[in-house]
Structures are given as C-alpha cells and as structure tokens.
Unconditional design. Structure first.
Ligand SMILES: *Cc1c(COP(=O)(O)O)cnc(C)c1O
Length: 382
C-alpha cells in the first residue's frame, strides 16, 4: 500500500510550461515574472500592494523590520503555530510573548488578548506588534483584533501562511482590511506553492516600499530616494540595512500559474474536509467546526489524551498514513524555555497539542485514499 502524506502540492502541465518559459527566457531572477505574480496576488486579495520574497519566514522578518520593531520592543503571537511566527520578533532583537488560544477555533483568543493588554498597559509594557495566525486556514477574529489594535496602539501582522484562498466576512484573507500587513507561505505543503516562497500584502504604499527595499539589501536606484544627487545611470545607494530575500522569476512563474487554480484547490479541500466531518462523526474525536470560509490547510482532530494520540499516531504511521501534529506549542521549544517560558504558561494551547492529530488533506487526495485514512483511524481507536 502506498504512503499517504499529510499534505502534497498539485503540479500540472500548465505549471511546468510556465516554469519552462522562464528557463528559456533572459531573466531567471529580477525579471518581469515577479512583478506579474505580485500584481496577480494583490488583485486576488484586494490589497493595494504585494511584495514577493523567498519564504514566509523572510516575509515575517521584513514585516517586523518595516514596522520598526527593534531591541526593547515586545511582540505577541499565538503559541499554536510554527516557530517562524515568533522567531521573526527575535530576529529584530525584540522580545516575544504569547496569547493563549480559543479551544474551538484554536486561533488566538481575543478575550485573552484583551485581558493581557489590560495587564500590559498597567505594567507599562504594551506590545508594538501582534501576529495572529489563521490556524489550519480558519480566519482569526480580525475585527476584534483590529478594535484592540486601535485601542492599545499596536500593529497587526496576519500570519496567513495557512490561509491563501480563505475568506473573512466576505473578503479574501490578505486584503489587509484589519491588518497592517499579511504574510503568505508558498511552501509545498501549503495551499499553493512556489517551491519555497512567500508574499507580503498591505495597503500602505510607504510601508510596502520599505518592505521592498529591505528585500534587496536596502538598495535603491530611484534618485528621489537618494541622499544628495545621483551620479549617473549606474548609480545606486544603500539607504537601509536589507537582505537578499528575493523570489526568483522561476518561482514567481510557478506561483502565478498556481494562483489561477487556487479557487479550485480550496474548493476541493473544503469538500474533503466536509467528507471527513461526515465519516468521522461517530468516533470519539473532537472535530474541527465545518467552516466554508476556511482554506482548510490542515484537518486537525482532537483525541482524548496524550497517550492515545501517541498510540494512534504510531499505528497510522505504521499503516502508511502520514499523520502529523500541529503544533508543538512554540513556547515549549527549548529555545523559548531558555527565555523563561514553562509548561502551564498557555494551558489551552498545551491541551490542544496533547490530543492533536493532523489527517491527510490536499486537493489530490482521492476519495478511496481518504476512506483508507478513516478506516485505519477507526481501527486504531478501537
Ligand atoms: C509554513 C509556516 C511559516 C513559514 O513558512 P515558510 O514559507 O516555510 O518560511 C510561518 N508561519 C506559519 C504559521 C506556517 O505554517
């Protein structure tokens, strides 16, 4: 029996043709495909600006830098995420703290955010930026987070790595209606792929220009941005300390080709998620809420307790089902424990982790394979 992974890209002939076209062209990087892809993603999301980079991790780093996060600052995110959502703050020399999650949505709990903000204001230690994560593709309560951002004066960066193609109150995630910036990941297990890659979206032209400068060494060729006069057509100036976080044209061509099918990818994920919901209804599992707005990056069920999760995980892996676990709470990683975090700090995220099991979900998962997943899970539970 073949192995069923938990996530897998969909690559079609049109993707291969788009990449081949770039390979035969004059520009493998810093050519026209990147800008075309940026414009397509901005238009898809209804955001004014998009800047493509080489990963979501780079995008999160640049988001924090462009918002002026630095030493002495504080940023908050959710513990139920991949470590990159927190690491970006450490890259900038800022401190990290976490806000516990809602047990049903498994996203940042806005009531917990509000009470933590009240305590932080009293202690004179408010965050400069808050980074909510749309866990599994399910949009966070962005209106609630926006209301608190206006009241307490912090910036909002949506880590939308799971949520390309998701909707929030009738608008695509990435529109930045409620956030300063949004970040997508195009890693192959995500909704659509460029191999490695990421994107920043935003509506503030000056902020997005800072992001674009930081992506490429802090170098400008625009005389209007230079100190003093340009010395000629060859002349450039480094006006900030940036990086090489550029996406290649090869990746961007793949991305633009994938983006044309993202609606179909997400529609298929939603169908498969609804099917899981029906097939698993009689099992002793906590199922994710049916959500037509989610991009359904992950289908995460909850088992009653830690030892059962381990047993079921091992049994399913042994049967060739690539189940996974999302997420080991970020604050329990040794790196974060060294910063002072401990078990018990974020009990809802820790309880979620104790029982969490991610079942295979991707557009190319056949219904027969999905039935095999359910059969093996049913056996493992009995
Ligand atoms: C995948 C992921 C990232 C990192 O994405 P890369 O493109 O691999 O750098 C960041 N945050 C979350 C929530 C993710 O799932």
């Amino acid at each position: 029996m073949s192995f069923i992974p938990y996530g897998r890209q969909v690559i079609g002939d049109e993707d291969i043709a788009a990449v081949s076209e770039v390979l035969r062209s004059d520009w493998l990087t810093q050519g026209p495909a990147v800008e075309r892809f940026e414009q397509a993603v901005a238009q898809y999301c209804g955001a004014a600006h998009a800047v493509a980079v080489n990963s979501a991790t780079s995008a999160l780093h640049l988001a924090c830098l462009a918002l002026g996060v630095g030493p002495g600052d504080l940023g908050w995110t959710t513990p139920n995420t991949f470590v990159a959502s927190a690491n970006c703050l450490l890259y900038c020399g800022a401190s990290v703290d976490f806000v516990d999650i809602d047990p049903v949505t498994r996203n940042m709990d806005v009531a917990a955010l509000e009470s933590k903000l009240i305590r932080a204001r009293d202690a004179g230690r408010l965050p400069k930026v808050v980074i909510p994560v749309h866990f599994a593709g399910h949009p966070c309560d962005m209106a609630g987070i926006r209301r608190l951002a206006d009241a307490y004066g912090f910036k909002v960066v949506e880590d939308a790595s799971h949520a390309v193609g998701a909707c929030y109150r009738g608008r695509p995630v990435g529109s930045c209606e409620h956030a300063d910036l949004a970040v997508f990941s195009f890693h192959p297990v995500k909704i659509m792929t460029t191999g490695e890659g990421g994107m920043l979206l935003g509506n503030d032209a000056a902020l997005m220009r800072r992001v674009a400068l930081l992506r490429s060494h802090g170098i400008t060729r625009d005389p209007a941005e230079m100190e003093g006069e340009s010395e000629g057509g060859w002349y450039y100036q480094q006006i900030g300390l940036g990086y090489n976080y550029r996406m290649t044209d090869i990746q961007a061509a793949l991305g633009a080709s994938q983006l044309a099918r993202v609606g179909a990818f997400v529609a298929r994920r939603r169908e498969l998620a609804a099917r899981y919901g029906e097939m698993l209804a009689d099992l002793p599992l906590r199922l994710p809420a049916q959500d037509r707005d989610s991009a359904w990056h992950l289908y995460v069920v909850g088992l009653a307790e830690r030892s059962l999760r381990r047993r079921v995980y091992d049994a399913m892996r042994a049967a060739g089902i690539g189940v996974n676990v999302h997420y080991i709470p970020a604050h329990l990683q040794p790196w974060y424990r060294r910063l002072g975090f401990q078990p018990g700090d974020f009990p809802v995220a820790e309880a979620h982790y104790a029982g969490a099991l991610t079942l295979p979900l991707y557009p190319g998962l056949s219904e027969l394979d999905q039935e095999r997943v359910v059969r093996v899970l049913r056996q493992a539970l009995t």
